[in-house]
Design a protein around this ligand. Sequence first.
Ligand code: SF4
Length: 281
Amino acid sequence: MYEAPARSILSAVSGFIAQAGFTHSLTPARNCTFGCTYCYVPTMRVYGGLKREDWLQWGQFTTFKQNAADLLRRELRPEQRIYCSPLVDPYQPPEAERRQMPGLFAELIACPPRVFVIQTRGPLILRDLDLLRELARRTLLRVSFSLTTDSEHVRKLYEPLCAPVGERLAAMRTLREAGIAVHATLAPLLPCNPDALAALALESTDADLIGDPFHTRRTKCRGATTRDAALRISEHRGFAAWHDPHFAGGVVERIRELVEAAGRRFGVGPEGFGWLAEVPV
Ligand code: SF4
């Protein structure tokens, strides 16, 4: 775990996140120690302020932005719709010791933006429940909680350093019971039983569901895509079809059918992520 001063903490967004309706992203650290085998971030290379060692040694260290709270105090504006974060999980394991997020919440509570979204797969978020409740009284706070599969076997293959499925479901329920808007985000869709995954996600949340299959070079010729490490796992374990857009589309449609039968929406890509940035009129 390293620290270094940063020049800014909020970045104007482009691409996928901008299409979804966000104005800014907030990235508290570079490089993410969850080190998911499919993570698209290291495939972005220099974009987002990544350094060469970040993409070459993805997941092996993290560098926190030392002056994050001071920068945020200067950069926050009431009209911003902020996504935290497209480049790192704010509740990656070293956050337990570093405690960067409570300092950022203090600034957000003092000068709330219009929308603040936390993208995480870390049950550590529950440590900050009181701060989340306070922030939810001042802005549109939404937690987008990553739930990638219903299978512990699959989870251990593709994201061995992340929390087990059961712990994530329990964290989502606790957030919901605390009155925090929490969306299950099935992204990337790892090999799963679609019926079981949809049922778990529906049971643990009240909000609309979001999803995204593996990105593939066949349908996306430029920009961020799935890391090769995940492709190799899929090929060796008989899951290569999950990278096929036609097959993945069938899984998405099955989940959509189940979610809509339960009276909720299931949005893929910018459509689903756009719900996170929405401001009711
Ligand atoms: S938690 Fe997110 S940012 Fe971190 S390695 Fe996994 S996919 Fe990448």
